[in-house]
Design a protein around this ligand. Structure first.
Ligand code: G16
Length: 563
């Protein structure tokens, strides 16, 4: 590292001292904390992003400022790799070390060593380029400044401010830029709307939905998603969608609203209630990377019928499978028609037991990973078509390059020999899905458009969709403990390895309830241990969750369990 670079790093880092007593780690979705503590972390992530870009031959890297579903006073920062996916896990330890370096001198030493170890061309011909995005949190503005300062501490690095965007939009833009595709927000809307129109244009003439089912009502969590959905609605002139909790009318981000609260509490978000009985409703989270649907079944209470990520996954799987089956019918002798696409679905331990049974009954290959989209995405990428969803509504569908190449060729072939055939339509539908659905990361807006197109294609109401299978009753609790890192899990978080004896205690509680299942894990975004339980009745699920929460108290210290 030359002298200019050293003194630039030393002088700029001295303006961003680490607050005393703060120790952060790059968790499930980057660094998250009270926004007041984050300036030095965000500054350092700016440096990290610039180094990552240089390491990746000058490819564009994304930096997103968001704390997603967490409260408005929190914020966070995460990195998108050149593919648009999450930061390579091999760089997470360096991210942790950088964020916690106590002084400017330590920071400089760390960077110098890392640059050497990774062979990062600080003085090469390529310059680093970083796309920056933020959600609607008020703290985002000053944190953006800190990120820019971090980026400009690496000589020649350039920051491109994309403004207020959803997290998936930023990931999409990074991916598009690195693929050499037009990557503005307008291009994002254009791609989503044209592929949605293509899917709707291919709906079989017999598919009919009732007038009631035409309307969709969306809870925007008082975040960025409502505003962006508004743009989509205008582009898609004719889409019947009412947007509530868009943040314009004074509501607080994620407070009593949003996908996390709807999915975990199973209550209608603020602004929804008896006037919505029977309507198809959807809820986004604060940065619009999660999506769940729900309906209000009766006027008498604000309980909901939840259609969570597992059911969105099931709907997508049914549709994709239907298209693949159509495509493989009456295969011709031509070799290009004989591609056997591997379709796989990826879930986590939070997947409802009934969903797993259902997906297996459909004949699908179902695999599990720990919580966190970075794990699910990686697993799904092993298939030609990998569908992944967390029950909380975070998920997408990814297509392999080789399958897409074959599909494009097959579509061209079918267009010349059997235009208008069912096979040609199936190929076109799959191509449209690959463009509509965000290939970089789970995206509530693109997911919502795909759900809407498939429901119309099937002629299904939300009730019909919800009846695909009946969820086992479940309960989620969270418990504050002295040190959540004391919990270590294995087998995709289904088994507690530490503290010793904890898993046996869970097993003993679980055995008391028919179809009982329970697990615990340390949250990656909040300072709590999460408890999940399901059983054949709601009373049993509640009782199991409460017993396991008490075990957490016993084994891990103080605290009282809370919903
Ligand atoms: C983030 C991740 C999700 C994950 C969630 C878990 O969500 O992106 O993949 O499911 O954290 O949170 P926790 O570890 O607290 O249970 P988000 O929407 O907050 O970015």
């Amino acid at each position: 590292m030359n002298e200019d670079q050293r003194s630039l790093l030393l002088s700029s880092s001295s303006r961003f001292p680490l607050p005393q007593g703060v120790r952060l780690s790059y968790g499930t979705a980057g660094f998250r904390a009270d926004a007041a503590l984050l300036e030095s972390t965000v500054y350092r992530v700016g440096i990290l992003a610039a180094l990552r870009s240089l390491k990746m031959d000058g490819s564009v890297i994304g930096v997103m400022l968001t704390a997603s579903h967490n409260r408005v006073s929190d914020n966070g920062v995460k990195i998108a790799d050149p593919s648009g996916g999450m930061l390579s896990q091999s760089w997470e330890p360096f991210a942790d070390a950088l964020a916690n370096a106590p002084t400017s001198q330590h920071l400089l030493q760390l960077i110098t060593k890392f640059v050497e170890k990774e062979n990062i061309p600080l003085e090469g011909v390529r310059r680093a380029e970083i796309m920056l995005g933020r959600d609607t949190r008020p703290s985002g503005e000053s944190l953006l400044e800190a990120a820019k300062q971090g980026i400009s501490s690496i000589l020649g690095a350039v920051a491109i401010d994309m403004g207020i965007v959803t997290t998936p939009q930023l990931h999409w833009m990074v991916r598009a830029r690195n693929k050499g595709i037009k990557a503005s927000e307008l291009d994002y809307f254009e791609q989503l709307s044209s592929s949605f129109r293509c899917l709707v244009g291919l709906i079989p003439s017999g598919s009919k939905i009732s007038e009631v089912d035409e309307k969709l009502v969306v809870d925007g969590a008082n975040g960025v998603g409502g505003e962006k959905l508004e743009v989509l609605r205008k582009v898609l002139d004719g889409m019947v969608v009412e947007i509530r909790n868009s943040g314009k009318d004074g509501g607080v981000l994620n407070e009593g609203v949003g996908a996390d609260c709807v999915q975990k509490e199973k209550f209608a978000p603020s602004g929804f209630g008896s006037q919505d009985v029977g309507l198809r409703c959807a809820s986004l989270d604060g940065d619009a990377d999660r999506l769940v649907y729900f309906s209000v079944p009766s006027k008498s209470c604000n309980k909901i019928d939840l259609v969570d990520g597992d059911k969105i996954l099931s709907l997508f799987a049914i549709f994709i499978k239907e298209q693949l089956n159509t495509l493989s019918k009456e295969g011709s002798e031509n070799t290009s028609s004989s591609y056997h696409a591997r379709l796989g679905v990826v879930q986590t331990a939070y997947a409802n037991g009934a969903s797993i049974d259902y997906l297996k009954m459909l004949g699908l290959e179902v695999v599990f990973t720990p919580t966190g989209v970075k794990y699910l995405h990686e697993k799904a990428a092993e298939y030609d078509i990998g569908i992944y969803f967390e029950a909380n509504g975070h998920g997408t569908i990814i297509f392999s390059e080789s399958f897409l190449c074959w599909l494009e060729a097959r579509y061209q072939e079918l267009s010349s020999v059997s235009k208008g055939s069912e096979q040609q339509k199936a190929a076109l539908r799959l191509l449209a899905v690959s463009k509509l659905i965000n290939q970089a990361v789970g995206d509530a807006l693109s997911g919502l458009l795909l759900v809407e197109a498939i429901l119309q294609h099937m002629g299904w109401s939300i009730q019909r969709w919800s009846e695909l299978y009946k969820d086992l009753p479940s309960r989620q609790l969270k418990v504050k403990v002295v040190d959540r890192t004391a919990v270590i899990t294995a087998n995709a978080e289904t088994v507690v390895v530490r503290p010793l004896g904890f898993q046996e205690a869970i097993n003993a509680e679980t055995a008391k309830h028919p179809r009982g299942r329970s697990f615990i894990r340390p949250s990656g975004t909040e300072d709590v241990i999460r408890v999940y339980a399901e059983a054949s009745t709601q009373e049993a699920a509640d009782s199991l969750a409460n017993s396991v929460a008490r075990l957490v108290d016993q084994f891990l210290g103080f605290g009282s369990s809370q919903k």
